[in-house]
Design a protein around this ligand. Sequence first.
Ligand SMILES: C[S@@+](CC[C@H](N)C(=O)[O-])C[C@H]1O[C@@H](n2cnc3c(N)ncnc32)[C@H](O)[C@@H]1O
Length: 317
Amino acid sequence: MKAYYRSLTPLILWKHAERPINWAARFWRSAPLVVEIGTGAGEYLVRQAARHPELNFVGIEREWQSVKRALRRIADAQLTNARVLLGDATTILERSFAPHSVDRFYSLFPCPWPKESHEKHRLFNQRFLAILRSKLKPTSQELQEPPFQIVTDHASYRDWIAAQTPGSGFTMDWQAIAPQFDTKYERKWRETGQTEFYQLSFYPTELSQPPHLSQEEIALETYCLPHFNPERFEPRSEGGALTVDFRDYLYDPSRNRAICRVAVIEDGLFQDFWIEINHKPEGWRAVPSDGCLIVPTVGVQRALDLVKEAMIRSAES
Ligand SMILES: C[S@@+](CC[C@H](N)C(=O)[O-])C[C@H]1O[C@@H](n2cnc3c(N)ncnc32)[C@H](O)[C@@H]1O
């Protein structure tokens, strides 16, 4: 088998982990914590971790293809001070980092979403900045650099972030800089002839309260019903701000077991999982399948409620 990532040890499955994550335990030591957002293939993360063995580094990246490469680089460099989290930065930062626990954030060449109609996809909006602010240590004297920096190739994204900054708990200034990070995206822009990038440096102002969690975790209510007709099960999808989209459905009569796949989208969190309906002595029990690693949100509860309604309908004559 091809060794794509060589070692999974630096990968932290945040959905399985305690919330917030005990970073000192994950690194087997206490050290200042530096977090990179949108790590890509981990080129800069690995170089920085090798250069600063006295610091703990965490990269957050939502694409597995890139995380895989970052894991390979970490293994090749035999680093013990670098970890990677796979997933959306907003969702992960809200849950996996305690308030005032991070010494430094940075992000290199975040996706600029240049089209006006795509502005809503830009990551560094005011709310996200406020989340970062709430996770920074109040006064980290440990590092020389500003506690939070972004480097972008895109002047209009720079100006957009500047407009998002008031009210986020930061002040910001920026300067034009020469290429110096040697990452995939810096090289990409250099190849198009760009020689000037923008470094945005953020400085904490008043201490903000953590912003309200976008998807509150709840104690899920699961259902056990006396009657269910697997042949007539037709759950109804719903659209809107909270989307519940039922996709596949399978029924195994030999095991009296049905399973349906559902996608739930709420506040930018996308979850794709299975709900199984098993025949038990007490009735038909519907629960999210083990191993699907869900974050238990109101959207997941809505999916369970819609399954329950469809189970009831299926049993009506
Ligand atoms: C333009 S690339 C830059 C990658 C790398 N920093 C570099 O300089 O080559 C932006 C990276 O951010 C990641 N990304 C975008 N939005 C993200 C999010 N919400 N959470 C985590 N990663 C994200 C993308 O998958 C991509 O790898």
